[in-house]
Design a binder for this molecule. Structure first.
Ligand code: NAI
Ligand SMILES: O=CC(=O)O
Length: 316
């Protein structure tokens, strides 16, 4: 089988060589590109020879998929797969697996980085010190005792719940489905509307799909407490950015921590969240830690091995 890693996986060449040797021992060939393809034509050139394709966050269109006659399996080095033409994969009988779980810790840690920055005004405080100001307007709030709302209670949402509980928060989870969650702390399951009303912090962890696009608009934001903060490390289109910027600028909510946008950063200078009050923005990097990159390469190759052994896992 020809395995093509179409874009860099942010691991060392030595690690790639390890995987190459392992694959070669099993009689397969590994081709790994160290730079992204700049055009669709270049993507096709790289992918058309592949039996197995590894792709991270580069969009994969139906045109590229349709141009790959040998392609049978895609091992996605990402959790979300909203950037892949999944329907074209189905039509071409190409199985797709994601790297579920590689970034649970990394995303959770960024969520609390954003939350604590907003609650303790760390970014602002740093600027205050540099400008010889005092702490008069920098009184913070604590996580302990707060209602921490989680929308999307999968792998990442559950990890976030555990950490929020250890900070002394009460955990509220949206009633999207019956969750099988066992923990030694209490979780209250609520309709989304009630969760938005009761939460001091709302953290989003849903995948992007038709039913989660614009899940949070002015309607849901209007239900939130004036002091509440919204964290989005899920996907940009889950929140309506215009509505969120308006709610922040009008003081309808207390703040926002945003890692994901409708488009990948760099985002245009005109983006409404760039000028929104009490907002901290990061360029889609919640997953981006050295540890997560190593874990995801492991999962990507495990998915390939399982598929080769006709025991596919993490199928999407
Ligand atoms: N910013 C970043 O760097 C990263 C972002 N992500 C995003 O986080 C998402 C979640 O990741 P995981 O927790 O691993 O996925 P997961 O599949 O384990 O969990 C997603 C949960 O959302 C629930 N859900 C689906 N539709 C819903 C709806 N309409 N309302 C409420 N809940 C709904 C599902 O039932 C599931 O429990 C990914 O799909 C990806 O988009 C993931 C990793 C890194
Ligand atoms: O956004 C990152 C992912 O793995 O999904």
């Amino acid at each position: 089988m020809k395995i093509v890693i179409i874009e860099p996986l942010n691991i060392s060449m030595a690690k790639i060589e390890e995987y190459r040797k392992k694959m070669e021992l099993e009689g397969h060939q590994l081709i790994a590109y160290s730079k992204r393809a700049e055009t669709e034509a270049e993507m096709i050139k790289r992918a058309e020879v592949a039996d197995i394709l590894v792709i991270a966050n580069q969009p994969l269109s139906a045109e590229v998929i349709n141009a790959c006659p040998k392609l049978k399996f895609i091992s996605v080095a990402f959790t979300g797969f909203d950037h892949l033409a999944i329907e074209a994969c189905r039509k071409n009988e190409i199985l797709v697996a994601n790297a579920a779980g590689y970034a649970n810790q990394a995303v959770t840690e960024l969520v609390f980085g954003l939350v604590i920055d907003l609650m303790r005004k760390i970014k602002k405080a740093d600027a205050f010190v540099r400008n010889s100001k005092t702490k008069a307007s920098l009184i913070g709030t604590e996580l302990a005792g707060k209602n921490f709302g989680i929308v999307g209670f999968g792998a990442i949402g559950q990890k976030v719940a555990q950490v929020a509980n250890s900070f002394g928060c009460k955990i509220l989870v949206d009633k999207h489905k019956e969750y099988n969650f066992e923990a030694d702390f209490e979780v209250e399951y609520l309709e989304l509307e009630k969760l938005m009303q009761k939460s001091d912090i709302v953290s989003l962890h849903v995948p992007l799909k038709e039913t989660t696009q614009n899940l949070i608009t002015s309607e849901e934001l209007a239900l939130m407490k004036k002091s509440a903060i919204l964290i989005n490390t899920a996907r940009g289109p889950v929140v309506n950015s215009q509505d969120l910027a308006k709610a922040l600028n009008n003081g309808e909510i207390g703040g926002a921590g945003i890692d994901v946008f409708e488009m990948e950063p760099p985002i245009p200078k005109s983006h409404p969240l760039l000028k929104a009050k009490n907002t901290i923005l990061t360029p889609h990097l919640a997953f981006a830690t050295e540890e997560a990159f190593l874990k995801r390469a492991e999962i990507v190759f495990e998915n390939i091995e399982n598929w080769l052994a006709a025991k596919p896992q993490n199928l999407v």
